[in-house]
Design a protein around this ligand. Structure first.
Ligand SMILES: *Cc1c(COP(=O)(O)O)cnc(C)c1O
Length: 425
């Protein structure tokens, strides 16, 4: 019901101008080789559908990796982008930016945060959180050697500090020396966490902050355990250790609640958001419930952060989520998707182990002892006209726009079944 009203309001798809497969040889000549790319160039999109340069249609369950909250060519976003670029798109943070204040107010009124700092990406927001934690450690806890604990199989970004925070050696290889002051614990394991806190407590070295994802995204779509996070919250309250949640992927409605932590029954001291926050326009946010005044003027900054353009679009996305009751759609479509995927997993017990997730952040895990990888299934699904993205070598990730309709879920599941049949026949 909810999603249909949005789809009705969408403009008519702009016709494809190319209609021939993309010739990638120039691209490969001029662009660095940082990504393993699929042989696909998308040209236009509408709602949850996208078309490649040869005019072929796909159902988009990637959404720019959990980013295009309102899908493609959403009329509200088109209006906000157009209005703000015609009025004023960028000014320095040395002046007051009303759009930034408005988005900040919305975020504070719809979360546990008291204040917000805006930047441009998830990694940059996490960098801000790491800097804040360190200043807090030096000035409030009076620590000389603060340590930040993060989880194994986590993902926090690609800058030097956030790749250090990321507890996966494959992202860190070749980039040492890494940033000092980080240590890693297994996710959802309270005893291991207590032991690490005790072991690190030596002389002037102590744990100052714990940074975790409410649900591990890149690490394989692993939801946080409620009891674990509640016990962790108590430990932080007792010791003054800051609890930082990286909500870059799960924040802003993806789990069926505005924030991932609402699924865990706790509130963080600090949390970050980025991907879906402005529906695909670059933005990041560092949000504080406690110690909002740790940074003084000049101690942290970002040229593009919180400019009128990104914030106007971010506010439109936020108000649309609220006005159109999209969180309810996320909950219902998520239930529907998990039910259907579980039925497929049950039909292919030799291929799949389990389906898990919250809202429209879901993963389907392949068995460890078979040759088939998530990339194989993603490629087969693409052949059928469904875009999916892996979360590690054995997990398929489903992160469609939050406006996805019941029919689109049905269609995606049907295309996935065809893809699996093509692999097993
Ligand atoms: C994507 C992601 C990041 C990095 O965000 P960028 O905008 O690519 O810097 C950090 N943390 C999590 C949990 C993410 O999913």
């Amino acid at each position: 019901m909810i999603a249909e009203t949005i789809v009705e309001k969408l403009p008519i798809a702009i016709e494809s101008g190319v209609n021939i497969p993309y010739n990638s040889s120039d691209f490969d000549k001029y662009i660095m080789t940082t990504y393993g790319r699929f042989p696909l160039a998308l040209e236009r999109g509408l709602g949850c559908r996208v078309w490649d340069t040869s005019g072929r249609e796909y159902l988009d369950f990637v959404a720019g990796i959990a980013t295009c909250t309102l899908g493609h060519a959403h009329p509200g976003m088109v209006e906000a982008v157009t209005r703000q670029i015609q009025t004023l798109h960028h000014v320095s943070n040395l002046y007051y930016i009303p759009q930034q204040g408005d988005l900040g107010k919305w975020l504070v009124e719809h979360s546990c945060a008291d204040r917000v700092f805006f930047c441009n990406s998830g990694a940059e927001a996490n960098e801000g959180a790491i800097k804040l934690a360190r200043k807090y450690a030096h000035t409030v806890l009076d620590l000389e050697k603060p340590v930040i604990l993060t989880a194994k199989a986590s993902f926090h970004g690609r800058t030097l500090a956030t790749v250090t925070a990321t507890g996966q050696p494959k992202y860190q290889k070749y980039f040492d020396p890494l940033v000092p002051g980080f240590s890693y614990v297994p996710y959802n394991d309270i005893e291991a966490l207590k032991n690490a806190i005790a072991e690190i407590d030596e002389g002037n070295q102590r744990v100052a902050a714990i940074m975790l994802e409410a649900l591990q995204g890149e690490g394989g779509v692993c939801p946080g355990n409620k009891e674990y996070f509640q016990e962790l919250r108590e430990i932080c309250d007792d010791t003054g250790i800051l609890l930082i949640l990286d909500e870059v992927q799960v924040g802003m409605g993806r789990t069926g609640k505005y924030w991932g932590y609402e699924n865990l029954g706790i509130e963080p001291d600090i949390f970050t958001s980025a991907k879906g926050l402005a529906g695909g326009i670059p933005i990041g946010a560092l949000m504080c419930k406690k110690f909002c005044d740790v940074f003084g003027p000049g101690e942290h900054a970002s040229t593009f952060g919180g400019n009128p353009f990104a914030c106007a679009v971010g506010l439109t996305v936020a108000q649309t989520l609220e006005k159109e009751n999209i969180l309810q759609n996320v909950q219902e479509r998520g239930e529907q998707l998990r039910m259907k995927l579980t039925a497929i997993a049950d039909r292919y017990p030799d291929l799949f182990t389990e389906v898990r997730g919250w809202g429209l952040m879901n993963g389907m895990e392949l068995k460890a002892d078979i040759e088939l990888t998530s990339i194989d299934v993603v490629k087969a699904a693409m052949e059928q006209g469904l875009l999916l993205v892996p979360a590690g070598p054995k997990v398929l990730r489903f992160v469609p726009p939050l406006i996805v309709s019941a029919e689109e879920i049905e269609k995606a599941v049907h295309l996935l079944e065809n893809a699996i049949a093509s692999l097993t026949s």
